[in-house]
Ligand binder design. Sequence first.
Ligand code: 3HC
Ligand code: NAI
Length: 693
Amino acid sequence: MVAITEAVSLEKQGEIALLWIDNPPVNALGHPVRKGMADGITMAMNDDDIKAIVVICKGRTFCAGADIREFGKPPLEPHLPDVLNTFDQCSKPIIAAIHGTAFGGGLETALSSHFRVAVPSAQFGLPEVKLGLLPGAGGTQRLPRLIGPEKALPMVATGNPIRADKALKEGVIDEIVAGDLAEGAIAFAQKVLAEKRPMRRVSTMTEKIDEARNKPEIFADYRKQLAKTARGFEAPEACVKAVEAAVHKPFAEGLKYERELFQQLMSGSQSAAQRYYFFAEREVAKIPDIPKDTPLIDIKKVGVIGAGTMGGGITMNFVNAGIPVTLVEAKQEFLDRGLGVIKKNYDISASKGKMTADDVSARMGLIKGTTHMEDLADVDLVIEAVFENMDLKKEIFSKLDAICKPGAILATNTSYLNVDEIAAMTQRPEYVLGLHFFSPANVMRLLEVVRAAKTSIPVLATAMAIAKKIKKIAVMVGVCHGFAGNRMFSQRRRESEKLILEGALPAQVDKVVYDFGFPMGPFQLYDLIGNDLGWSKETSTGDSIRDLICEQGRFGLKASKGYYNYDPGSRVPKPAPEVDQLIVEFSEKKGYKRRGISDEEILQRCIYPIINEGAKILEEKIAVRPSDLDVIWINGYGWPLYRGGPMFYADLVGLDKVLDVMKKFQAEHGDDFKPAALLEKLVKEGKKFASLN
Ligand code: 3HC
Ligand code: NAI
């Protein structure tokens, strides 16, 4: 074995050379790897004893792509496209031997090799689009030549990977190796040599693209699909353009075009935001005072209290991960209703082919419904999801403390209530915390793990670990009204309601927020979640627009009328002139002199107070770092990924500008806009939120 660089070495086994890549954790194609690959191929070329080369990786995976940490820094030679052209042109057959994830530049490495073999568990993908990029080392030109543009398009433009069996079927790989990968790859290489197989250079293949040349509808149809799923994102369209170029341009020109598009995207703000988010999502798991080796509590069985909107979804999360759940309700009829909703959700998934009828039965079989809280005696974790009422929650926690075994974790799904007060009802406050799921709990990936004053480190570490097991993105936050997400969200709620009193109408506010990139504007969202959430006829004073529309039964989508009108069964909002009239009359009665409000002001009023509240949350150490707040907003509130989250966006706009606008609004509208001390401090020091990440 000869070490070529610190990350690449060459091993000779008879006439086969194994080019080993060893760059933990994911064999990213950083400089030492690229240089080692280029020099290794040259060495093998110059060695007459070597007849074929196997490219193979140590550790958990084949190359998972370019080293994202190098992006934005001055590029070091050799560049990946050049290294891969050397692979392509090599006169000795190169066989890529793949395990784990051949992603991005990793898959491009495999595509530039002449043959590909893989273990059955391997995955293949071009996830660059998720980083706001496109494959920049020939992937957009080689993959369509290998499998045809129709199959290549979704891989390039969605970034979703495929598994080895599909890769074999579609022709991405040549063979699946059942046993040891190195041995299997060597045997494959010997076969190639013995059979004198012709070199399979993907760059020279024409059959699949010739077939596609007269089918422009492939691209038109795909673009229609993208318009629905990728609104606002620049990279997916660039991906389609590049694949289209593979069909219409010679290989070398296609590569050049791909490079141009890659560089355009790389220098834009969308990719910067998406690359930032990639690391932000991985940072959330790192909490300064929770060591990596903290002993975890084994969670074998879970209890959920309340089979309503949240309890049902929470139950599904655990059952989906194979963890049995005891589901407690106050009355049998509520339990039956809750179980019925869960079953219906699974049946819908089954009807869409996402699971089998047996899967549905197996999952329902993991749920034990009961009306006796005593049945929670043997669970390791309880999540309470009853009504948002402090007295009720206190009563439940004091009962749980008596029922549950010592060492069981007691969690509340409260949206706003003080978790310390709830913990104080027990003799085990170190085992109490908040697990704030988002609705619908079986769908939304965000989970706020609420750290109460006395919650112990192993309990927190266990909560973070179990979140990962049930495929959630857990963000740790502290106790305050609404924790991090809802506390920031309430700023937008307040401003949206003020804006319609001052002169805007719901449709204008919604359009601005939608055009910014949220899936819907605030008023459409209120209609969706129900305008009557937290409202009651008995306590309604008629002193706000919301009170008035609820008094008219305009509860939102479920009533087919709210701030908008809806055709029965439709989610598409239609204008409601009667509501606009109500808003105008009410605001004038209240003494507002309605004025035209610019889209710019609407956007700033809906966004800057969120940023400001985020700064206060950081000041109070409710969140660990600014990027955690961005992860919360992207996963819990529909903040457009390509804008990186509110704190990233604030850095991009300039904190001095955010501060100036907040001060202007403060002078005009009062202390709702009082700038956070942290915002003032950062501006004074010429720093960004990024300096706190
Ligand atoms: N570059 C640099 N670091 C990377 C990386 C990459 N491409 N991929 C992963 N890492 C780092 C992560 O940041 C993490 O670091 P940390 O431990 O310090 O937080 C570590 O590797 C492990 O990653 P995960 O926690 O994500 O590990 P998993 O086992 O859950 O997932 C994976 C592994 C599926 C490979 C996942 O990391 C992944 O999807 N990585 C990104 C793949 C990607 O986007 N590739 C395309 C890159 S762009 C490109 O190739 C351009 C080319 O076309 C020119
Ligand atoms: P829900 O009203 O849909 O469900 C509550 C359920 O608890 C009802 O089925 C009720 O019968 C049951 N329940 C009441 N008392 C009980 C008792 N003593 N024992 C057993 N079951 C009892 O309420 P939802 O929306 O599911 O909210 C539950 C909790 O989750 C609240 O604290 C809420 O703030 C929080 N939450 C709600 C979100 C939402 O969007 N709905 C989002 C995040 C958190």
